[in-house]
Each structure stands twice: as structure tokens, then as C-alpha cells.
Ligand binder design. Structure first.
Ligand SMILES: [Zn+2]
Length: 145
């Protein structure tokens, strides 16, 4: 038996957090289905001229951006659920201190305690412009192929 790290959380609290994460995952899954369905229906509306397909591409690009964000969140949820399974959940990635239940229930995918989070947000705002230009560069190379 492995040592349970997150002993500050009761079984009941963990179950509630897990339910919440699974609910979020389900919501994203059904959103994806809906989007996919919509897009498939739109593509079936007969012959298209150039302008229509250009519009489609713009819509698709917007959808993709939305989907990418959701996709990242979905992955995070899955990662969090696997952490719960291995009893690694609820500890701060930075300082290894327990993350409070009130913080977790508000945001079950939290990986840092409030102190480390605030610290990293301060650093993030300092690096904002640097990070921003990096992510823009990445976005361009992704859409380029
Ligand atoms: Zn911490």
C-alpha cells in the first residue's frame, strides 16, 4: 500500500472533488460532440462557392481556438483525476504543502497552493510580454501547416 499524501482531505471530500472533475469532463465531451455535429451538418448543405468555404475556414479556426483551450482543460482534468487515483492529489506542485479543500472545490484542477500561485502570477505578469510573443510565435507555426 502506498502512503497517502493528501491526508488533509477526507474520503468524502475527495469523492466530491472527483465528481466535480468528472462532471466538467462530461460537459466538455458533450460540447465537443455538439460542435462536431454542427460542423458536419454545415458541411452537408450542398455546393459551396469560394466565399462560403472561406467563411467556413474562419469559423473553423475560431472553433479550433476554443477547442484547443477546452482540450487543454480537458487534459488537465484527466491528469488531475489520475492524480486522485494515485493519491497524489491536493498537494502543491511547488512547495508540496497541502492545498486547502476550499481552494480545491473552487478550482479542482489547482496544482499550487494559494501562496505559490500568487507568487507565480507575479512572475507571470513580469514575463507577460515575453510569454505573449512566444505563444504568438507558436500559434503562427501551428496554423502554418
Ligand atoms: Zn505551495
Amino acid at each position: 500500500m502506498s502512503v497517502r499524501l493528501n491526508s488533509h482531505l477526507s474520503d468524502k471530500q475527495i469523492k466530491l472533488l472527483k465528481d466535480k472533475l468528472m462532471g466538467e469532463a462530461e460537459r466538455i465531451r458533450s460540447n465537443f460532440q455538439l460542435k462536431k455535429h454542427e460542423y458536419e451538418n454545415n458541411s452537408l448543405t450542398g455546393a459551396k462557392d469560394e466565399v462560403d468555404s472561406a467563411n467556413d475556414n474562419i469559423l473553423l479556426a475560431a472553433d479550433m481556438r476554443f477547442s484547443n483551450r477546452e482540450n487543454l482543460y480537458y487534459k488537465k482534468i484527466m491528469k488531475t483525476l489520475s492524480k486522485i487515483e494515485s493519491d497524489q492529489y491536493g498537494m502543491c506542485d511547488e512547495c508540496a504543502e497541502p492545498i486547502t479543500y476550499s481552494r480545491l472545490i473552487a478550482r479542482p484542477t489547482s496544482e499550487m497552493c494559494i501562496l505559490c500561485k500568487e507568487e507565480s502570477e507575479r512572475e507571470e505578469s513580469q514575463n507577460f510580454y515575453e510569454r505573449r510573443s512566444k505563444s504568438l510565435g507558436r500559434e503562427m507555426s501551428v496554423s502554418g501547416h
